[in-house]
Design a protein around this ligand. Structure first.
Ligand SMILES: *[C@@H]1O[C@H](CO)[C@@H](O)[C@H](O)[C@H]1NC(C)=O
Length: 248
């Protein structure tokens, strides 16, 4: 169920000793399918948190919920306000809903997927793999672990689909295992942005981060060796040079 809202808030003047009265009108455009067959316009009239009357486009009339609300509804239904409000279904709701469907709801964004190993927390297995899918839209994704093409169901845990707060979602699935050489481990992703399931293989070789650490460490070692070698050569030259100085 998708809702489009608009609000009109009226704060009535405050009398001394009162916190004020709050009247607001809440408009909702409700629909469950893209063809807008069940589009419904609801306009709620609320006074101090109590909804006293509501226009329902499916019933084409106002309905009252309190004693005075029933009277209001009756009057509004008779004096033509109901017909006028019904016009908002097509004048207000339909264009807004069409705009939303076309510009937001029909969009899909493919997830950015990474498969990597992290330190295992368990004693039973040597490795823990994590398959992370980032920044996909809309929600609704399926991650499956494949070991040589066959689905793995045991030792798999997953986070919920996490809402990033910026329309995008992320999810992380974990697989604990003891890898054997030669087998292929992969994470299969199914999402509405993908015409068919996409498979991401785990690359057991070093990750970029690890490789960089090794390169930096090795460079440091080589640099250290060169410097100490230069030091030794310098020291040797100096001491031999001193011996060669004529003594007479
Ligand atoms: C509007 O009226 C229809 C028909 O009576 C009903 O099915 C629907 O639930 C109502 N919607 C709301 C939000 O009250």
């Amino acid at each position: 169920m998708l809702l489009l809202y608009s609000f009109a808030l009226i704060v009535l003047p405050c009398l001394p000793g009162f916190d004020g009265y709050f009247h607001h009108n809440q408009a909702e455009c409700r629909f469950t399918s893209g063809d807008l067959k069940d589009l419904e316009y609801i306009s709620r009239y609320i006074f101090n948190k109590v909804e006293y009357a509501r226009f329902n486009s499916t019933e084409k009339r106002f309905i009252g919920y309190t004693e005075s609300g029933v009277k209001d509804a009756e009057r509004w239904n008779q004096d033509g306000l109901a017909d006028q409000t019904y016009g908002d279904l097509d004048a207000y709701c339909r264009p807004n809903a069409e705009y939303e469907i076309q510009n937001i709801l029909s969009h899909t964004v493919e997830p950015l997927v990474k498969v990597k190993s992290v330190r295992s927390g368990s004693q039973r297995h040597s490795t823990m793999l994590v398959c992370s899918a980032y920044d996909f839209y809309p929600g609704g994704i399926k991650l499956t672990w494949l070991r040589d093409g066959k689905e793995v169901k045991t030792d798999v845990t997953s986070t919920e689909e996490l809402y990033d707060g910026d329309w995008y979602y992320q999810i992380h699935s974990y697989l604990e295992l003891t890898p054997t050489s030669g087998e292929t481990i992969a994470c299969q992703v199914e999402h509405s942005s993908l015409p068919k399931p996409k498979i991401y293989n785990w690359d057991p070789s070093m990750s970029d981060g690890e490789r960089n650490k090794v390169i930096i460490g090795a460079s440091g070692l080589v640099l250290g060796l060169i410097l100490s070698l230069a030091g030794v050569i310098y020291y040797k030259k100096k001491s031999t040079g001193r011996i060669l100085v004529p003594t007479s």
